[in-house]
Ligand binder design. Structure first.
Ligand SMILES: [Zn+2]
Length: 314
């Protein structure tokens, strides 16, 4: 049993239930929002998030992990409002989402200064509230492990070492950098069983995926519906094969859905990714996996048990 901070209060790890491990209530380019707030419609965004979360609640989801952190426009009051309106447990994150750069504020200070801020989010509260983060998030993308990116990964590791909350990454399997993230996290002393290498399902290269798994980490097959890096069919083929090889206890299925995302003009994401929603995995992917040899027990492992194990560390 482990106590987990949700945005509406503490949850026992045995109470997570059906969990979506990686979904965003809202993603904003935070500097754009700070300077041009007239572009945004808070109530429309709230309604969209509530609609998606209520939909998956009807399908049995009890918990959503929302890894929206600094540079994705994290607004903890917005997430809390969605959780209160829907009754779904939402677990928020701390960390920094960057592919290559951190602001001068952090460039001119050391790793431990950044780690202390993450620890404060976990132990005191986020954005001057008493709402605490439940896990850590860091990222690396096609730009690789730049010095700034490495600083965030090390800070996440050190905040984990102080608080015990698990770590989720955004990785870019195209350059196999999940392995580099693991190198740094393990060097800082993190147990691989507390690490989730996110977006590993963006490749169907089993040789790479098995290397990540053999290091002992969880992996995210967590971008269902986003078809530019990998099709749904290829994502499924990988999950079916990994389940067959006995790895269902290390996989998470999710969509990385953003109920609102301002990175694209209005309507563009829906046009590019017509299947991308918070309910795609439950409505279409899981039935397809079950038709192809994945067992109910393995689904239970991927959708319920693995979240508990990642938070508990056992
Ligand atoms: Zn994400």
């Amino acid at each position: 049993m482990t106590i987990i901070h949700s945005v509406t209060g503490n949850v026992d790890s045995s109470e997570l239930g059906l969990t979506l491990i990686h979904e965003h209530m809202r993603v904003r380019s935070e500097s754009v929002f700070a300077q041009f707030p007239h572009l945004y419609d808070e109530e429309k965004e709230f309604a969209r998030a509530v609609q998606q979360v209520n939909k998956v609640k009807q399908l049995g989801v009890k918990t959503i992990c929302d890894p929206t952190v600094m540079e994705l426009g994290r607004d903890i009051s917005f997430i809390e409002r969605v959780a209160r309106e829907t009754g779904v447990q939402i677990i928020a994150a701390t960390g920094i989402y960057t592919y290559h750069y951190i602001p001068p504020h952090f460039q001119n200070r050391d790793v431990d200064y950044m780690a202390d801020l993450f620890v404060r989010d976990i132990e005191v509260g986020i954005q001057n509230t008493s709402i605490k983060a439940g896990f850590l998030k860091c990222a690396a993308d096609a730009q690789g492990i730049t010095p700034d990116v490495e600083k965030v990964i090390r800070a996440a590791a050190r905040a984990h070492n102080q608080t015990g909350v698990p770590i989720m990454t955004h990785s870019y399997p195209g350059s196999r950098n999940g392995l580099k993230q693991l190198d740094i996290l393990l060097e800082e002393g993190v147990n691989p069983e507390r690490i989730l290498i996110g977006h590993t399902g963006d490749t169907d290269n089993l040789e790479y995926i098995l290397k990540v798994l053999d290091r002992g980490a969880f992996i995210g097959m967590d971008r269902y519906g986003l078809t530019s890096e990998c099709s749904t069919e290829n994502r499924n083929t990988t999950v079916i094969e990994l389940a067959k090889q006995g790895y269902a206890n290390r996989l998470f299925l999710s969509q990385d859905h953003c109920c609102t995302i301002d990175w694209f003009p209005e309507g563009a994401a829906e046009q590019m990714y017509p299947k991308w929603s918070m309910s795609f995995v439950l409505e279409e992917v899981i039935p397809e996996l079950l038709r192809n040899g994945v067992t109910e027990e393995q689904i239970q492992m991927m959708m319920v048990e693995n979240a508990r194990r990642w938070f508990e560390g056992k």
